[in-house]
Structures are given as C-alpha cells and as structure tokens.
Design a protein around this ligand. Structure first.
Ligand code: SF4
Length: 472
C-alpha cells in the first residue's frame, strides 16, 4: 500500500470495425487503468477531424457519466486518460485529454510521465507568446507539436521534432485529424503497448487493458519508438535513440496491475519473485504470512511458498473510496482506518509476517503494524518487497521530496522502531534485476540507488514546478 501514487494511464483506439463502439471501449479501458489515477478522467472522440471531449474530476463513473458519453457520439478514433495527482487542488485545465486547435485542425493529447526540462521549455515558449492554461507537461508538448507542424510536412515529423526537445519520462498518445500516434521516451521509462480489438488498433499504458476488452496484445512500444495508426495501417518509426534504456522498476513493484505484462515481464511473477527472495534474505519464524493489499499480496504469496509458512489474509482494504472521500477534512489516521482493517480471526495470537511493496514516509507502515497488534497479533515482522526508498523520483509528476522519505533519514533499525515492528527487512537492491529478468531493457531504480538515468536540472522539479508564476 505504497504512499507513492500511480502516474496516469493513457489509451487510444483507431477504429477499423464498423461494430466497435470506440467510446464504450475507451470507457472500459479507463476502468482497467483506474489504478493508475483516480483524480480525474477524460475521453476525446474524433469524427471526421472534429473532436468532442469530456473530462472531469473523480473516478470513472463520477468523471464520465452516461449523458456525457452519449453526447460524444461516435467517430473513427478516441483517446482516454486517467489522472493521478497528490494535489487535490488540480485545476480543471490540467485534466486530459488536452484538446487544442492548431493550424491543421484539432489535436488531442494524453500523457503519462514528467519532463525534467519542463520549466526550461515552458519559459522559452512563454517568451514566444505562448499562453498556458495549466501547469501540466502535456500542454508544453502540445505547443511543441503545434509549433513544429508550422514547418513540417506531416504530423509524424512534427512529433519527431517535438520529442527531440523533451527530456524526462513520457508515454504519450496523440490524436490528429487523421491519425492516432503513440510515442515512448527514449529510455522507455514509462510503459506503453499496443494491440487489437478485432481489427481496430489500440494503444494502452498496460497490457491488462487488452484482456479486459477481449482484445489481443501485440507488443510493447519500444523505447524511443513512435507508432502511427491511420487509414493505411500501422507505421513505426524510431524517433529518439538511447543505448541505455531505463524502464521504471516501480512499475513491477507498485504502479502496474499484477495481470499486466510490462516489457515482457509478468508483474505478478516479478512480485512473487520479490517475495521469494525476501524469504531467503530475511527469514524469520512465524505462524502466517500476509500481504498489504493490493501490491503486497503477490509478494506475500511468494514469501509463503519459499518459506513454507502458510499464507493467510491479514488485512482487508476498502476498495470503494473515491476522491470525494479523500477530500474530507478528517485526520489521516481516520482515513487510514476506513481504508484498511485487520482480519482478527486470522491474526489473533499469531506471529505475523506482513509484506508491503514499499515504505515512503513510514506512516502507513506504522499504522499497519498498529492495526495488526490491535487485532491481537503476537508479533509483527514487516518485510518490504523493494529496497529502501531513499531518493525522490523526478520522473513522475507526483514527486515525494527527500525530506519526506523515511529511509533517507533513518537506518533500517530506526525505521523498525518508528513503525513499531518486531523486525523489518527490505529486498536488496541487487535483487531488482532478478525479479524482472526476462526484460531485454535496462532499468531505472534511482529511487533506491540514487543513480538517475537522466541528467537532472540543477533545480529539481519540485523547485521548478511553479517557478513560471514568479517570472517577470
Ligand atoms: S526513480 Fe523510481 S519511481 Fe522514478 S522512474 Fe526511476 S524507478 Fe521509477
């Protein structure tokens, strides 16, 4: 139950079957991606170059009500987005898809990731009279594409030129009047894959979408690849190249759904392996192993099978909590109690090993140990299916500062005392490659190692985020 949050989900569909309802498919796909973002959602539909869209705050049913979906009508292409932000005061203009009019009609853009040179790009665009409505990276990318399109012959060339200016992590889906385009950053930090529903082409952040829609996963979009769907079929281009790929290790630890396969690695398998390795690295005598829902469950199953200690459900998560609830002005302990409860029948009197995906601030881990003790656990041994999270991630839009990261301030023993566990053990950093060993790409594990795959600007993103507001 990581305190780090998901970082948006993107989707796009290019219709090749008369009986495919692209609004319905996009709506269902966003449901499959809901775990990547709950603060808002949107769908844009392209009908003969005219784009209709709706986006709003909340989880899917709240953000995309039936009457708005009916208003979108039908078309040849659609894109969709689910958004996460740690900031509940997100302005409406930052929701996606971002729909804009440019010299050749309308564009809709959805993005997952964060640009490390966002501030530089934005200032440069502002000085050429660009007017921004949001604080989001997506708008910067849209401007770059629109500006490049002034002198390029095709939208593909404009996207190639625009991404040449970007630094950071991104997986973007763009809809022009006649084309659906997906593009992934040169290091492949953020995931993107494509497949088919019938004969219609689909782009998505995660492969679980294809299973949910009864479609077919074809492959991951390669790092630096642009893939284009139009009336002539599928076209692929390498638009940026980097020998050192760095797919986000946290996709396996937490971001992605366990039924997704990211860059050839089953997320479920990666998490189980992490649990097996944890059992070897941090064995302890206990009566049961339980996982913190959702992402600790598979690792707990792996720990149980490697250790021979029975797996049992120890914690129950309330899955029906939306943004409106999170906005209530109650204290955080109250919120955590409603979100998570211990199963007394299973833990009372037992020595419990509890597995979670990660520890960021430490408050959730402390709360979980307290819950288990209040439910009668005789001992609580916490095991974490990733190494200590010491360094902030500047490649997500939701960055937790170093001052907030408990592992940046305390040793493992100190964290153990702080959270009140009987023992605490983290997966070793050396094990990370092992859990995703089938991937042919390199990994980013900078939040554990401090080795960032991208040169960070002198000022961090956190410092930069609102700097444009005080520019003269
Ligand atoms: S720093 Fe961590 S969360 Fe950020 S991209 Fe790298 S592995 Fe993922």
């Amino acid at each position: 139950m990581s305190e780090l949050h998901d970082e948006c989900g993107v989707f796009g569909i290019f219709k090749n079957d008369s009986d495919v309802d692209i609004v319905e498919e996009t709506y269902l796909a966003l449901y499959a991606l809901q775990h990547r973002g709950q603060i808002g959602a949107g769908i844009a539909v392209n009908h003969n170059g005219q784009i209709q869209y709706h986006k709003d705050f909340g989880m899917i049913p709240e953000a995309l009500p039936e009457e708005e979906l009916s208003r979108l009508g039908s078309g040849e292409m659609a894109v969709g987005h689910v958004k996460y932000s740690a900031d509940n005061n997100v302005e409406p203009a930052s929701l996606a898809p971002l729909v804009m009019r440019y010299i050749y009609g309308q564009l809709a853009l959805c993005m997952n990731g964060a640009l490390t040179n966002y501030s530089t790009l934005r200032k440069a665009l502002s000085k050429s009279a660009a007017i921004f409505q949001s604080n989001g990276d997506t708008e910067v990318v849209a401007y770059l594409v629109a500006r490049a399109r002034l002198h390029t012959a095709t939208i593909e060339e404009a996207v190639r030129e625009a991404v040449g200016e970007l630094q950071g992590a991104y997986a973007a889906v763009l809809m022009s009047p006649g084309k659906l385009i997906g593009v992934r950053d040169p290091k492949g930090i953020r995931p993107l894959c494509y497949g088919k529903i019938g004969n219609s082409y689909v782009l998505a952040s995660e492969s679980c979408v294809f299973d949910s829609l009864g479609g077919e996963f074809i492959r991951d979009v390669a790092p630096g690849e642009m893939i284009v769907f139009d009336a002539d079929g599928v076209h692929t281009y390498t638009v940026s190249k980097d020998e050192h790929t760095a797919c986000c290790m946290f996709e396996y630890v937490y971001f992605s759904r366990p039924d997704s396969v990211v860059d050839g690695v089953s997320v479920n398998t990666a998490r189980q392996r992490a649990g097996e390795l944890l059992a070897k690295q941090h064995p302890v005598e206990a009566d049961i192993v339980c996982g913190v829902p959702d992402c600790g469950i598979e690792s707990a199953i792996g720990y149980a099978s490697a250790s021979g200690i029975p797996y049992a459900t120890g914690l129950i998560k309330n899955k029906y909590i939306g943004r409106a609830f999170n906005n209530r002005k109650k204290n955080s302990e109250y919120l955590m109690r409603i979100k998570l409860n211990a199963l007394k029948n299973n833990v009372n009197g037992k020595r419990v090993i509890v597995i979670d995906d990660s520890i960021l601030k430490g408050d959730t881990a402390k709360h979980i140990v307290e819950l288990l003790r209040q439910a009668g656990a005789a001992q609580v041994h916490m095991r974490i299916a990733s190494p200590p999270f010491i360094y902030p991630c500047y490649l997500n839009s939701d960055t937790t500062g170093k001052d907030d990261l408990i592992a940046a301030k305390m040793s493992v023993d100190e964290i153990c005392r702080y959270i009140g566990a009987d023992s605490l053990g983290f997966l070793s950093a050396e094990s990370l490659k092992e859990i995703a060993r089938e991937s042919k790409f390199g990994f980013c594990s900078a939040c554990f190692t401090g080795k960032y795959p991208i040169d960070l600007p002198e000022k961090t993103r956190e410092d930069d985020k609102y700097s444009h507001k005080i520019e003269p």
